[in-house]
Design a protein around this ligand. Structure first.
Ligand code: CDM
Ligand code: ATP
Length: 267
């Protein structure tokens, strides 16, 4: 069985406070975009994992697909499988690429082996693999809170706009992002702010990771500024960075961006 895990962007991200478990309470809005990996699972004699495309850092045992397999195997009598992941979603980009693979892997296994899991049960499994993973079970626009793994649906449809995603040649780890952030309470919830017209987002909706990440990586700040200069209605770093997205009425000339960055359109 073959599926195509997709990336997400964060529309706003407020880090509210540090929790006793070391995580942070946050609020954000997740929105799916059309940058995809390809994930194939077939029954085999023994468990194996291989990947093509972008090089995935870290050990195979730590890959979120393999961790997902072991997590489900504890509760279900699963046969060994061969997993092939074609990696296309940039890594260290704040696009939740690894998390998407994890969420979609659980969905695939549920379907392929008829495990009978409801969305809520799959969300419980996904949460155990990482805060972002749970979003990819339903994969619909949501306001996320607590660790970023509790959700309320939001009505958000950006399909009339052109979304441009720019990935500069720098990677930011989630640990670096949380290490530099200063948590703060919010005056007005993102749940309400995201209902404002997109043209008003610029003066109301922010990503708290930008302050420290822009200080450490001024080129990311430069990409955001350039997206506004090119006519973006709204632009922001996604999640923990390093990618930056811009929302446009019309696709701008992207040749300057393409000189030193990876650029994605038709999202
Ligand atoms: C930055 C975001 O992508 C925004 O959507 C997420 O908050 C990150 O989610 P994720 O990559 O799934 O994160 P996890 O794999 O669960 O955690 C990685 C590390 O990020 C930090 N972390 C993550 C989520 C959260 N709400 N608070 C945290 O402090 C913790 O130090 C944790 O050890
Ligand atoms: N299937 C996978 N694809 C990519 N990275 C994976 C995967 N499984 C585990 N990882 C580990 O996760 C790390 C980065 O994950 P990911 O791509 O989710 O980060 P990100 O782009 O910063 O996104 P976010 O912070 O929004 O989740 C990699 O360095 C890698 O070691």
């Amino acid at each position: 069985m073959l599926i195509f895990p997709n990336a997400k962007i964060n529309i706003g991200l407020n880090v509210i406070n540090r929790r006793d478990d070391g995580y942070h309470n946050l609020e954000t809005v997740f929105y799916s975009i059309k940058i995809n990996d390809a994930l194939e699972v077939i029954e085999a004699q023994e468990l194996s994992f291989e990947s093509s495309g972008l090089k995935i850092p870290g050990r195979i045992e730590d890959n979120l697909c393999i961790r997902g397999y072991h997590l489900l195997k504890k509760d279900f009598d699963l046969p060994p499988v061969k997993i092939h992941l074609h990696k296309n979603i940039p890594i260290g980009a704040g696009l939740g690429g690894g998390s998407a693979d994890a969420g979609f892997f659980i969905r695939l296994m549920n379907q392929k082996f008829e495990l009978g899991l409801s969305d809520d049960r799959m969300i419980d499994y996904a949460r155990k693999l990482g805060a972002d993973c749970a979003f990819f079970i339903k994969n619909k626009p949501v306001f996320a809170f607590d660790k970023g793994d509790e959700f309320e649906p939001v009505k958000l449809d950006l399909s009339v706009y052109e979304i441009v995603l720019v990935m500069p040649p720098v990677h930011v780890s989630t640990a670096e992002a949380y290490g530099g952030v200063k948590p703060a309470e919010v005056k007005q919830s993102l749940m309400e702010l995201v209902e404002l017209p997109v043209k008003e987002w610029k003066s109301h909706i922010k990503n708290d990771f930008e302050v420290s990440i822009f200080k450490n990586h001024p080129e990311i700040r430069g990409v955001k500024a350039a997206l506004y200069e090119a006519g973006a209605i709204y632009a922001s770093m996604s999640g923990s960075g390093a990618s930056v997205f811009g929302i446009f009425d019309k696709l701008p000339d992207l040749s300057e961006f393409e000189k030193s960055n990876q650029v994605f359109t038709n999202l």
